[in-house]
Design a protein around this ligand. Structure first.
Ligand code: LP5
Ligand code: MN
Length: 262
C-alpha cells in the first residue's frame, strides 16, 4: 500500500478528459485551477486528466495547441501549490518526464493519504470495476511494463492510431455492457478499505458523482465519487471536485460551485 501525507485544505478533481475536442471543458477546468491556486493548499488530479495519453514526448516535443495550453495551466498551478497526479485508464502512460516538466508529483494509486480529515484511500477507480472482466484483461495487458515500453518506442503517429482504435473499440464494447458491470464492485471497495485499514475512499472513473454511506464490517464508512467534466457535448454541463479539510471533512462540490459551502 502506497502511503503519503498531505496536510492542509486539499482539492481533488478527475475525469476532465482534456483533448482537442473539448475547448469549453478545458476553459471551465482552467477557471477551476485558478480558484484552486487561490484557495487550496494542494491539488490532486485523480486520473483521466487527459482523454488519452500516448507518451510524455507528445507533450514535451511540439505539442498541439490544446495540449500546450493544458501544460501551461497545469505548470502555472504547480508553481503556486503542490499538484499531485494519479494515472487513470486513459492516461496511465503519464510518466516522470511529464511530472518534471509540470513541476508536479506523480503518485502510484491506490494511495493511503494522511490528511487533516484523517486517512483517506485515493484511487482512479477503474481497478475496482472487477465485474468487467474484459476491461480487467485489457488493463492487465496495457499495464504490463514491456508492453508499455514497446508501445512508447513506436512513432507518434502510430501510437495515436492505436489509441484511436482502442478508443473506438472501447466505445463499441461499452454499448454491450450493463451499467452495473461498468461500476465499481461493492466487495472490491470493502476489501480495499479493509486492506488499507481506512473508512473513507475517494475515486473517479465511473462518472457517477455521489457520497455513498457504507457498512464496513459493522462500522460506518464512506465512498465518494468524483464528478466528470463535460462542457462541450452533453446537454447539462458537468464538472466538480472534492475538498478535504479539518474544518469541513470531505465535501463534494459541483462546478461552477454556487453553493454556500464554496
Ligand atoms: O475509456 P472508456 O470510458 O471508453 O471505457 C473504460 C474502459 N476502456 C478503456 C480503454 C480506453 O478507452 C482506451 C484508450 C487508451 C488510450 C491510451 C493508450 C493506448 C494503448 C497503450 C498500450 C500500452 O479503458 C472500458 C470499461 C469502461 O471504462 C467502464 O469501466 O468498460 O473497458 C473496455 O471497453 C475494454 C474492452 O472491453 C476490451 C478492450 C478494448 C480495447 C482494445 C485495444 C487494445 C490495444 C492494446 C495495445 C497493446
Ligand atoms: Mn476513467
Amino acid at each position: 500500500m502506497n502511503k503519503a501525507a498531505l496536510p492542509g485544505d486539499l482539492w481533488i478533481a478527475s475525469d476532465i478528459h482534456l483533448g482537442a475536442a473539448v475547448p469549453r471543458t478545458a476553459r471551465a477546468f482552467y477557471d477551476f485551477l485558478a480558484l484552486a491556486r487561490s484557495q487550496a493548499h494542494a491539488l490532486i488530479l485523480c486520473g483521466d486528466i487527459f482523454d488519452a495519453w500516448i507518451g510524455d514526448d507528445h507533450a514535451l516535443r511540439d505539442p498541439p495547441a490544446w495540449l500546450a495550453d493544458a501544460m501551461r495551466e497545469l505548470r502555472h498551478t504547480a508553481q503556486t501549490i503542490p499538484v499531485w497526479l494519479i494515472r487513470g485508464n486513459r492516461d496511465f502512460l503519464m510518466g516522470e518526464a511529464l511530472a518534471r516538466a509540470l513541476g508536479a508529483r506523480l503518485i502510484a494509486a491506490p494511495v493511503l493519504l494522511g490528511t487533516d480529515a484523517g486517512p483517506i484511500l485515493l484511487a482512479h477507480g477503474d481497478e475496482y470495476c472487477t465485474d468487467d472482466a474484459a476491461y480487467q484483461r485489457f488493463r492487465r495487458v496495457v499495464h504490463t511494463p514491456w508492453v508499455q515500453s514497446v508501445f512508447l518506442t513506436l512513432p507518434l503517429a502510430l501510437r495515436r492510431a492505436v489509441a484511436n482504435w482502442a478508443r473506438k473499440r472501447s466505445r463499441q464494447a461499452r454499448r454491450g455492457k450493463s451499467m452495473r458491470i461498468m461500476d465499481v464492485n461493492a466487495d472490491a471497495i470493502l476489501q480495499a478499505l479493509r486492506s488499507a485499514d481506512c473508512d473513507v475512499l475517494i475515486h473517479g472513473h465511473t462518472h457517477r458523482p455521489a457520497a455513498h454511506a457504507l457498512n464496513l464490517d459493522g462500522r460506518p464508512a464512506w465512498r465518494y465519487v468524483l464528478p466528470d467534466w463535460e462542457f462541450d457535448h452533453a446537454g447539462e454541463p458537468r464538472g466538480g471536485w472534492i475538498s478535504i479539510s479539518a474544518a469541513r471533512g470531505v465535501q463534494l462540490h459541483p462546478w461552477p460551485d454556487t453553493g454556500p459551502e464554496a
